[in-house]
Structures are given as structure tokens and as C-alpha cells.
Design a protein around this ligand. Structure first.
Ligand code: GLP
Length: 269
């Protein structure tokens, strides 16, 4: 009897593996370390910018893409990678932070990327975090509806959030306001003087805006991302309880994961 159950279990897990490979178009790159991960990610962005100098980029904040932004800045100054006609829109912004606040996402983008490449800042959009939230969201949605991004850079929160689309019973398609999960406040507290200073809300691109992008580029590393990486790469589930799993149903999503994290979750390329 026990043997029978064991056989069924094994068959199920084999099926799951086959299903994962056949059921998703997601491409997974295992990078040797964070530096290699950043170079791989920069290669993908560079290819797009060289092929389409007027491309529209969806950009992300957080520590994950910082190394890629540095590499793109180097390629811009040393190798002639030209951003002069590129336009961009960012995923999200904290509610209540002025664009000049050193933890606002506008400030992050200026200091980590825009100040170091030849992009025209007038062509970069980060949603407003201060002023009337409804008016800000209306403007954000108009920007998103005027043009889909050719590529969307993504990080992921420890709870699986993308942008600030927090896990729950359902997700939203349009840009909207979110109350941040306690775990997200914990995760982002490292950037603020104290946990109390972390804003409790944010405006974010919805899952619709993200999924409409021509290409999704996820950069994932670090032990805090184990659960999200497992949900994404080791199960066949697509669930609002872990928003990053929606990458599995995008037709052109690329996941770049460090070898350390891939090994930890038992992922084999
Ligand atoms: C924030 C951002 C997300 C980002 C996440 C992960 O919550 N809103 O877009 O993906 O942080 O950040 P990190 O890359 O620092 O782990």
C-alpha cells in the first residue's frame, strides 16, 4: 500500500516538472553571482535600446536592479549606449514622499540611473506621491494607457509582490493605491532611519500594466526571496497570493536568478 502511494507521489512530481516546462514560456537564466546577473540583465536592456533607440522602458526601484543600472551607465559613458531617445515609466511611488525626499522613487531613479545616462529626464515618468491621490492615479493611468512598455524591469518583494501589488485574494489591473503589507514595511525599513518612517501606502502600476509589457525582466537574488522564488520556479501555480507567479503566463518573461538562490530552492536549469 505504502509503495503504491509512493509511486503515485513520484508520478505526480514528474508530471509537475513536465507541466512546468511545457506550460510556461518563461526563460530562466541562472547567473554565477550578482555581478553576472547584472551583466546579463544589462545585455537584455542594451539589445533592446540598440535595436529600438526610441523604446519605452518600464523601470523598477529596490536594491535588485541597482547593479544593472550601474552597468548600463558604464556602457552609456564608455561604449556609446545611447538613451537620448528612450522614454520610461516607473512601477510605483510611495504616497507622502516629495520627489526630493531621498527615499522617494523619483530620487532613487535620478541618483541610480538618470543622472548617469544621457536620457532626457522630461521623458521619464515616476508617479507623484504627494498631492491628490486620485488625480495622481488618473495621470498615472493616462501615461500607462498612452503606450505599453517594450520591457519592464522587475524585482520582487519577499512576499511575492511586484511593483507594490501586494498578495491577496485578488489583484488589480490598473494603476491604483495600495496599503503596504507589514512584511513589505519590514523589508523596506532598511532604507529609512526607522521603521516608523516607512510610508504605509503607495501608488503602483497594476498587474495589467505590467503584463502588457512586451518583455518582463525579473532580477531575483538573496535569501529573503526563497519563498517567492520557490512559488515562481518550483510550482505550477499562478496565484494572487504570490503576484510574481503571474510571470508564468506572460509570453516573454525572463527570470535571472543567482546560482546561490537557485541551489537553495533546488532549481535546476
Ligand atoms: C519595493 C519595490 C519593488 C521591489 C521590491 C524589492 O517594495 N516597490 O518594486 O521589487 O522593493 O526590493 P529589493 O530589490 O530591494 O529586494
Amino acid at each position: 500500500m505504502q509503495l503504491f502511494f509512493l509511486t503515485v507521489q513520484i508520478k505526480k512530481s514528474i508530471l509537475m516538472k513536465e507541466c512546468l516546462k511545457g506550460g510556461t514560456a518563461m526563460k530562466v537564466i541562472v547567473a554565477e553571482d550578482y555581478a553576472a546577473q547584472c551583466r546579463e540583465a544589462a545585455d537584455i536592456v542594451e539589445k533592446l535600446v540598440r535595436e529600438n533607440p526610441q523604446c519605452h522602458l518600464g523601470l523598477a526601484t529596490g536594491s535588485s536592479p541597482v547593479g544593472m543600472y550601474k552597468e548600463l551607465a558604464r556602457r552609456c559613458s564608455e561604449e556609446g549606449l545611447d538613451f537620448s531617445r528612450v522614454t520610461s515609466v516607473n512601477l510605483d511611488e510611495y504616497i507622502g514622499l516629495e520627489p526630493t525626499h531621498d527615499q522617494s522613487y523619483r530620487y532613487f531613479m535620478d541618483t541610480n540611473l538618470f543622472d548617469h545616462i544621457n536620457i532626457d529626464k522630461k521623458n521619464t515618468y515616476v508617479a507623484k506621491g504627494v498631492g491628490d491621490v486620485d488625480a495622481n492615479l488618473k495621470e498615472f493611468n493616462e501615461v500607462l494607457n498612452s503606450r505599453d512598455t517594450d520591457l519592464q524591469v522587475l524585482g520582487v518583494g519577499p512576499d511575492g509582490h511586484v511593483g507594490f501589488n501586494e498578495p491577496g485574494d485578488h489583484l488589480y489591473s490598473s494603476a491604483h493605491a495600495e496599503v503596504l503589507d507589514e512584511s513589505t514595511i519590514d523589508a523596506n525599513a532598511r532604507f529609512f532611519a526607522s521603521r516608523d518612517e516607512v510610508p504605509r501606502g503607495a501608488v503602483t502600476m497594476g498587474m495589467g500594466g505590467i503584463m502588457r509589457s512586451g518583455c518582463l525582466l525579473l532580477i531575483i537574488s538573496g535569501s529573503s526571496k526563497e519563498e517567492a522564488a520557490t512559488q515562481l520556479l518550483m510550482t505550477d501555480e499562478v496565484t494572487p497570493k504570490c503576484p510574481v507567479t503571474f510571470l508564468k503566463v506572460h509570453k516573454n518573461a525572463v527570470v535571472i536568478i543567482t546560482k546561490e538562490l537557485a541551489d537553495k530552492i533546488g532549481y535546476k536549469a
